[in-house]
Structures are given as structure tokens and as C-alpha cells.
Design a protein around this ligand. Structure first.
Ligand SMILES: *Cc1c(COP(=O)(O)O)cnc(C)c1O
Length: 456
């Protein structure tokens, strides 16, 4: 069978660890991000063998290539079946152009895919070790609700989410505050940065060591690997799996975790022609592609695709590693990657808010499909790619663009642009009527620490 995979740090100053250790640690001790030291291969026969399977079956067959030496197949299958109990539509738009809808999970964003499996994997390993974990998360909206929902009701894990009282929408808030059980929500009288600062301080406070704190943030390897599964699944649904047809993927990107999952699937052997990375006006990566010099954007620019307002994607360090280079956590390039190859493999483009809005209107008028701002940036990126690489627009060329959230999460924008109130997905129905529970806290570390010591 396949060689056991170990995980190294992108900063190369920490020991290699198992998946379990990388998952429970999150960040490597040298502040780098964990990456697999080699990837399992998938070939035509593998793809054919899974081409008619359901989402959770495709996810299982792929996950076991990474995890077979650490989790028994039967256990892994149960975790995955439980994590992925929702639809994953692959919608044909025209010719061989598709949209992969990652918006049918409990919080209607693609973050559900990663968070739900990560939570179950953590629970599995914690039970084996008879250990508990307290997850602290600061959120500006989407991450907190995905984590809170994904971890809701799990054993051995408690969750505290801090959100800035005045900076989240009421639907985002309700997706967190209507849960209870092992989930506690704090409305902080402050800004997102204040929430993040309190969480960071708690992590480095020796007085809280006994609480076994962890962060579940987006750089955890346990969130990355599950984000390779849906690329393989989408190919199985839309591709000619009986001969190696290559596809173009377009990915709306902020922290680059999503696209990193796709690049992993490609390196494993999924037949891909090219990736399109579509950012919003936070264009540090498209500029890097053009100029070869990388500069973070501080503070990040506010765009309507708010989950992509990232001025320095933390997963860039992983992309750079994949191309033979090294980038530290501040965004300094310590060793140059093969940028020529990056440019060949990936077309990176920045999409303005104006273009995003035009795309929402245009796609609705032409195809009667409602896209929200993030998915619209992805689709606009694909269209931009057609003007640079016209052969990708050929009727026979398979292209798959990712829709990362449900339009009902952005009702004001959608109403304003196309005059329609998008229907709530099943998971969000009744949300506006459920009872909310949360506590208010002033922005004061002493109060936060007291809260943690009193309750855990
Ligand atoms: C988080 C998020 C993104 C960005 O994904 P990354 O993995 O950070 O690139 C895009 N769209 C939506 C709706 C999101 O919630």
C-alpha cells in the first residue's frame, strides 16, 4: 500500500508530524503551515471507479488515501457520511461550462465542507486520547458560524466564538446564537481586530494552559485536505471520465485555502488544464503574478465579496511551497518559487466590485442563474481568462466555476442588482424565528479571561 504521509512546516524549522498531530496543533511550532510531504496519486482507473458515486463516497475514497494509516476505513466512512449530509450540485450553465455549488451546507457557505469534517476528525482523535479541547474563534461573520455549526453537539470539544457586536449581519449572528449546547457566543463591544486580539492573547497566556485551547482557523491542515474532495467530485460529475479530458477551474479566493485544495487535487493527478484565481480588489496576488514582487495590502480593502477581503492570504505560503519556494508568515519571500510555472498553471485576476455587480446582473439575464458576490467574482474571472486564453472558451472545453455561498446570505445586494429576494436554503429556513442566546462583553482581556476560567 501507499507510503505513510507526514506533514512538514512551510518554514522548515519544525519536525515532521502525523496528520493527527498537525490537526490538533493547527500551526507548526515554527509558525509555518503544515503540508503533506508527498501526495497520494489518483489515476484514470481511480477516477472511473468513483465516477458514479455520491459525494460522501467520493470524499471517503479520496480521504482514505491520506488517512488510511491513522483511521480505520469503517470509522472514517462514518465520519464522512455524517459530515456530508447535504447536496453538492454541479449545474450546467451553457455548452461545457458549469458551476459547482458549495452552498447547500448548514451555514450555506463552502466553509461547511472543511469545518464539518475537521470537527469530526478532531472529536475522533480526542476521544482516543481521552482529551478535551476548547476552541476559541474570532469571526467577522462566516467562519464563526461555519465552525459553530460544524462543532455543534460534538463530544470532547467546547467552542467559544467572539464576534464584533456591530459588524455582523443579523442572519450571520443568528447562525451562531441559535445553537447553544457546547457552543458559547460572545458579542464583543469592539471591532473584529479586538476579537482577534483577545483570542490571540488567550492562546499565549500560561494562566490558561489547563484549558487546552485550539483555534480551528483556516490554516489547519484538517480544513485543507477536505477542500480537495469537491474538485474531484465536480470532475466526476461534469468530465468525460472515460478519457483524460482536462478541465479549467475558477476559484473566488481570499485566504487561498479553497484554491490550495484544488491545487492539491491537481498534483494528485486530477486532469486539470488551468486554475483561475479570482480575487476582489485585494489584488496583491494578481499583481505578484504580473510584477514578480509580492506586497501585502494593509489594511485590506472593503469589497462586497466580504469573505475575500484579505490583504495577505495565509495560504500563499503553501502555494509558494508547492512551486519550490518559501514564504514566511509576514509574506516575505525567503526563497523564490518557479514563478514561470505558476503563471502557466494559474491565471490570477482581480475583479472589481463594479465588475462583480455587472456579472450578477449579466449571468441572471443571460442564464437565469443567481450568483452572489463571491461566486460572481469567480465567474467573472473565468470570463477574463477567456479573453487571455481564448481556447478555454471553446464549446468543447470543460470549465467549472465555484459558487462559494448561497445568494440568500446577501439578500440586500441581490435585491439591489436584480430585484429578487433569493429564497432561503432549507438549512436557513426558520432561522429568523429561533431563540437567540449570547452574552455581551466589554473589550477587556481581564473580563474575557475571567469568563473562560469561570466557565471551563
Ligand atoms: C471564505 C470565503 C471565500 C474565500 O475562500 P478562501 O479559501 O479564503 O480563499 C470565498 N467565498 C466565501 C463565501 C467565503 O466564505
Amino acid at each position: 500500500m501507499i507510503r505513510k504521509i507526514s506533514y512538514f512546516s512551510t518554514n522548515r524549522k519544525a519536525d515532521k508530524v502525523s496528520f493527527r498531530e498537525a490537526l490538533l496543533k493547527g500551526l507548526a511550532p515554527d509558525h509555518g503551515l503544515y503540508m503533506p510531504d508527498h501526495l497520494p496519486g489518483i489515476d484514470e482507473a481511480f477516477i472511473q471507479s468513483i465516477s458514479r458515486k455520491n459525494y460522501h463516497e467520493v470524499a471517503f475514497e479520496t480521504a482514505r488515501l491520506f488517512l488510511h494509516s491513522e483511521i480505520k476505513d469503517a470509522d472514517l466512512f462514518e465520519l464522512i457520511k455524517d459530515a456530508y449530509d447535504f447536496e453538492v450540485p454541479v449545474e450546467n450553465i451553457y455548452e461545457r461550462k458549469y458551476i459547482l455549488r458549495l452552498d447547500q451546507g448548514p451555514t450555506a457557505s463552502f466553509k461547511d465542507f472543511a469545518a464539518r469534517l475537521m470537527g469530526r476528525l478532531m472529536q475522533y482523535f480526542l476521544k482516543l486520547e481521552e482529551r478535551n479541547l476548547l476552541i476559541l474563534t474570532a469571526t467577522s461573520g462566516d467562519t464563526g458560524s461555519a465552525i459553530a455549526n460544524a462543532f455543534y453537539g460534538l463530544d470532547n470539544i467546547q467552542v467559544v466564538v467572539l464576534y464584533p457586536e456591530k459588524e455582523v449581519t443579523s442572519r450571520q449572528r443568528r447562525q451562531m446564537t441559535t445553537l447553544r449546547k457546547n457552543i458559547r457566543i460572545i458579542a464583543l463591544n469592539g471591532k473584529f481586530d479586538d476579537c482577534q486580539a483577545l483570542v490571540k492573547k488567550a492562546f499565549s497566556d500560561p494562566g490558561l494552559d489547563h484549558l487546552n485551547l485550539s483555534s480551528a482557523n483556516s490554516i489547519n491542515i484538517g480544513r485543507l485536505i477536505p477542500q480537495s474532495f469537491y474538485y474531484i467530485y465536480a470532475y466526476c460529475r461534469a468530465g468525460h471520465t472515460d478519457h483524460p479530458e482536462k478541465t479549467v477551474f475558477s476559484v473566488p479566493s481570499g485566504n487561498f485555502g479553497n484554491v490550495m485544495g484544488g491545487l492539491l487535487a491537481w498534483r494528485m493527478g486530477l486532469p486539470v488544464k488551468r486554475f483561475v484565481i479570482a480575487t476582489n480588489e485585494n489584488d496583491e496576488v494578481p499583481v505578484y503574478w504580473q510584477s514578480g514582487s509580492y506586497k501585502t495590502i494593509v489594511p485590506s480593502r472593503n469589497c462586497i465579496s466580504s469573505a475575500m477581503n484579505v490583504g495577505h492570504p495565509s495560504n500563499m505560503a503553501r502555494v509558494v511551497t508547492l512551486y519550490g519556494g518559501m514564504m514566511d508568515e509576514a509574506g516575505n519571500i525567503v526563497k523564490e518559487p518557479d514563478i514561470e510555472q505558476m503563471r502557466k498553471d494559474i491565471y490570477a485576476v482581480s475583479i472589481s466590485d463594479k465588475k462583480t455587480v455587472e456579472t450578477i446582473a449579466g449571468v441572471y439575464n443571460k442564464h437565469q442563474i443567481i450568483l452572489e458576490p463571491h461566486g460572481a467574482a469567480g465567474w467573472a474571472g473565468l470570463m477574463e481568462n477567456f479573453s487571455v486564453n481564448p481556447e478555454d472558451a471553446d464549446p468543447g472545453q470543460l470549465c467549472i466555476s465555484l459558487e462559494t455561498a448561497h445568494p440568500a446570505k446577501f439578500p440586500d445586494e441581490i435585491r439591489r442588482v436584480i430585484g429578487i429576494d433569493p429564497e432561503l436554503p432549507p438549512a436557513m429556513k426558520g432561522l429568523d424565528q429561533r431563540k437567540e442566546t449570547f452574552m455581551r462583553l466589554d473589550n477587556d482581556y481581564k473580563l474575557f479571561k475571567e469568563f473562560l476560567k469561570d466557565n471551563y
